[in-house]
Design a protein around this ligand. Structure first.
Ligand code: AHR
Length: 530
């Protein structure tokens, strides 16, 4: 099959905000206890932070982490999570029907962020609590000194304010599962008044209002319109959440999931712009896609997990190669909307629908989805260029005609590098990509990273639950290669560097994209030697 695409250096979508490669840690399952925090693990430091997890988080270059929920935040009392850990109360977490010992809390998270090199994005509880708790939490975190709460923080060992800038005003407040669910009007007013009070404490804050929990909510997109009608002037971002899966066992439909994300973003943009026009506002609402990922393997099993445990095994998805391809195409979609989507959080980071998994008595290891995220985070920073694609397509029930090829281009002007991210969704045919490059005379390809299904593993991969690390690979399957600390699942290929690099013929580049593959083509400017 052949596909054509083109970019022009002058045709820019917008600057990629590094926070597009954010993540999320919720008090849920083993995300915290046994994930980022496990004092009895051999790699843990004096604070109980797992060093093997931190190393993988740093490898991903995650600039932003959302915390502490998620649904968890809607019945969370922040005061329980500060002060001497031994004095903190044990509570019921109603969202996940777990026991929360509060051994790891706000203080620990904020110092963990320092270790990880990530900016914190804190959520306030607008479920069971409201304006008062929100403004007090901002005072605790950000006010310098001389008040009860700022001095309380200092007495907890944090002399300087934490300076937390980015805050979520609640979580998924439209959802019937949410403790303290609200109507759009109720929530919009509460978000507005909470924002007002929080900003009176600290005028520097950036605030995110809750959009719909997912696009299939019956109230979407009226929820967005009504919420913004109430709080447009008080917030900088509107949130989007969406998870994708292959519950129906239809691979081609599943591989097209990014089309759903694309349509969702377009709709939310349109609603924001409607409210902007309606209010005669000069402000353009930015988007925070602060929960996105693949989530479907474990939903049925999770219902059987016994309630009221500390750190139960919940939402422990073991990802397949198809899942990695879908994650890659979702990242491409986010890059293609980089002018408007300024924040995105892959949900979540460790053990819970996560690219990183841990064994309690063993290593931390990388899932298949780790790799496209790693590549996008590493090479996807700069200016997102408007890459136009003409590709053969296939028919789907949900999205109509879907191109086999989806791709994005990011130019790092300072480094003199261009990265092309491309997914070939065809399970049977390679694609010959003919890419026109205007404004890139003399550039050359210096790397082609390819992540593709090996055919044994690819067959039915989207349906089967995968084995755990340490288990034997089936005969004929490939074991992970290379000297990799942590590992992909047995039988899974790792991404490889192709040796047959394509060259530029004038302003055209012709590259081969294998069937079912994630690709990163990296080009450098003439003067640069890599
Ligand atoms: O990320 C898991 C859960 O999904 C979050 O707690 C919630 O916000 C969403 O429904």
């Amino acid at each position: 099959m052949k596909a054509r695409a083109g970019i022009d250096r002058a045709f820019r979508i917008g600057e990629v905000d590094p926070r597009l490669f954010g993540s999320f840690v919720e008090h849920l399952g083993r995300a915290v206890y046994g994930g980022i925090y496990q004092p009895d693990h051999p790699s843990a430091d004096a604070r109980g932070f797992r060093g093997d997890v931190l190393a993988l988080v740093r490898e991903l270059g995650i600039p932003l982490v959302r915390y502490p929920g998620g649904n968890f935040v809607s019945s969370f009392n922040w005061e329980d999570s500060v002060g001497a850990p031994g004095d903190r109360p044990t509570r019921l977490d109603l969202a996940w029907r777990s026991v929360e010992p509060n051994r790891f809390g706000l203080q620990e998270f904020l110092s963990w962020c320092g270790e990880a090199g990530a900016q914190p994005m804190l959520a306030v509880n607008l479920g069971t609590r409201g304006i008062d708790a929100a403004r007090e939490l901002v005072e605790y975190c950000n006010f310098p000194s001389g008040t009860r709460l700022s001095d309380l923080r200092r007495s907890h060992g944090a002399e300087s304010p934490y300076g937390v800038e980015l805050w979520c005003l609640g979580n998924e407040m439209d959802g019937p599962w949410q403790v303290g669910q609200k109507t759009a009007r109720e929530y919009g007013r509460l978000a507005r008044e909470s924002a007002k009070a929080m900003r009176l404490v600290d005028p520097q804050l950036e605030l995110v209002a809750c959009g719909s929990s997912y696009p299939a909510m019956p109230s979407f997109p009226r929820w967005e319109a009504e919420v913004l009608d109430e709080c447009y002037d008080q917030v900088e971002y509107l949130s989007l959440h969406s998870y994708y899966g292959n519950e129906a066992g239809d691979r081609m439909e599943y591989l097209a999931a990014a089309e759903g994300m694309d349509g969702f973003i377009r709709s939310v943009r349109a609603v924001c712009d409607f409210v902007k026009a309606d209010k005669r506002s000069g402000k353009t609402m930015k988007l925070a896609f602060d929960e996105w990922n693949v989530w479907y393997h474990t939903k049925a099993e999770d219902r059987h997990e016994a309630p009221w445990q500390i750190g139960p095994r919940l939402l422990e998805e073991h990802y397949t190669f198809d899942d990695a391809l879908v994650v890659g195409s979702l990242l491409i979609t986010l890059l293609r909307h980089a002018d408007r989507v300024k924040i995105a959080c892959m949900a979540q980071l460790v053990n819970v629908i996560a690219p990183i998994m841990t064994e309690p008595d063993g290593p931390a290891w990388r899932q298949t989805t780790f790799y496209p995220f790693l590549h996008a985070s590493r090479y996807g920073r700069g200016i997102s260029l408007d890459l136009r694609v003409e590709s053969p397509s296939y028919d789907t029930k949900t999205y109509g005609s879907v191109p086999y090829l989806t791709a994005a281009a990011v130019l790092d002007e300072e480094a003199g590098e261009l990265a092309i991210f491309a997914v070939n969704r065809s399970p049977t045919e390679g694609l010959e990509l003919d890419l026109g490059l205007s404004g890139f005379a003399g550039w050359r390809v210096f790397e082609h990273i390819e992540y593709r299904a090996d055919h044994a593993a690819a067959r039915g991969a989207s349906q089967s639950r995968q084995s755990r690390p340490g288990e034997e690979a089936a005969p004929g399957q490939e074991l992970p290669e290379g000297d990799v600390p942590g590992r992909c699942l047995p039988g899974r290929r790792l991404p490889e560097r192709r040796s047959d690099l394509p060259s530029l013929q004038g302003d055209r580049l012709v590259a081969g994209l294998a069937a079912l593959s994630w690709n990163v083509l990296r080009l450098s400017a003439p003067a640069r030697s890599e």
